[in-house]
Write a protein that binds this ligand. Structure first.
Ligand SMILES: [Zn+2]
Length: 172
């Protein structure tokens, strides 16, 4: 029997949920648990601003760089200025299953996941990737997932298949 795979990447969806709930352990929280912590209080992504959930996903120049590149692949208007407006705009479409809402959710979830992963790696592994490298990870991860989905051949469906360079086999 043919099964349509789940439309969200589970760990990404979970991560997005965590962010919306503001439960991620950014440095401000870590340091409040351990006052002797030697962690820097500056955001490890931009090294400019104090670290916090707010900053990481809504203000950080690194995150903005990633988001500015990715938003057109999410089918979002390029005039959507920052991530927070995107998260807010996802709430009304959260339960829709159109190709547009599915892809938008997938891209936003992947962006939040990989930005958060980069934050973690820089802080704990002392590894650094550029924004472009993070974007490449997001693109290949989402594209791989899209290849396993089935879409209706609607105007949006065709538009996204071109945008993501998907073969005709993704259409039902
Ligand atoms: Zn930052």
């Amino acid at each position: 029997m043919f099964m349509v795979p789940p439309l969200c990447i589970p760990r990404h969806a979970f991560n997005l949920w965590l962010i919306i709930k503001q439960r991620l352990k950014s440095q401000d929280k870590i340091c409040s648990w351990d006052v002797s912590s030697s962690l820097s209080m500056l955001c490890p992504l931009c090294d400019l601003q104090p670290d916090s959930n707010e900053h990481l996903f809504f203000e950080c120049s690194f995150s903005q760089q990633v988001w500015n590149y990715m938003k057109k692949y999410a089918g979002m208007s390029t005039s959507v200025p920052i991530f927070s407006s995107t998260l807010a705009s996802l709430i009304p479409i959260a339960k829709r299953k159109s190709s547009k809402s599915v892809i938008a959710k997938m891209v936003v979830a992947a962006c939040t996941y990989f930005i958060w992963q980069e934050w973690n790696w820089r802080l704990f592994k002392k590894n650094k990737r550029t924004a472009k490298q993070v974007i490449d990870c997001i693109m290949s991860c989402v594209r791989l997932k899209l290849l396993s989905c089935k879409f209706k051949k609607s105007n949006d469906g065709v538009l996204f298949s071109r945008l993501w360079n998907l073969p005709d086999s993704v259409f039902i």
